[in-house]
Design a binder for this molecule. Structure first.
Ligand SMILES: [Zn+2]
Length: 66
């Protein structure tokens, strides 16, 4: 269990990924929560890849009423 990066290459275009902090809007009912998370961002096509932990965080936020 030494893998820290969930992705090596962009699954869309196989380009390099860079870890960046991105702003992610999450809708929860009539509200939208905007959170900052780390994501792997494709330098070529801009695809964002989130780790499983981050995806789980999104789900937790979506489930919670604000
Ligand atoms: Zn790409």
């Amino acid at each position: 269990m030494t893998q820290t990066k969930p992705f090596d290459k962009c699954p869309i275009c196989c380009s390099e990924l860079a870890e960046k902090q991105v702003v992610k809007p999450l809708r929860s009912g009539v509200y939208t929560a905007v959170i900052k998370v780390r994501a792997e961002v494709c330098l070529h096509c801009g695809e964002r890849l989130y780790s499983q932990e981050t995806v789980k965080l999104f789900e937790d936020i979506r489930r919670k009423p604000l």
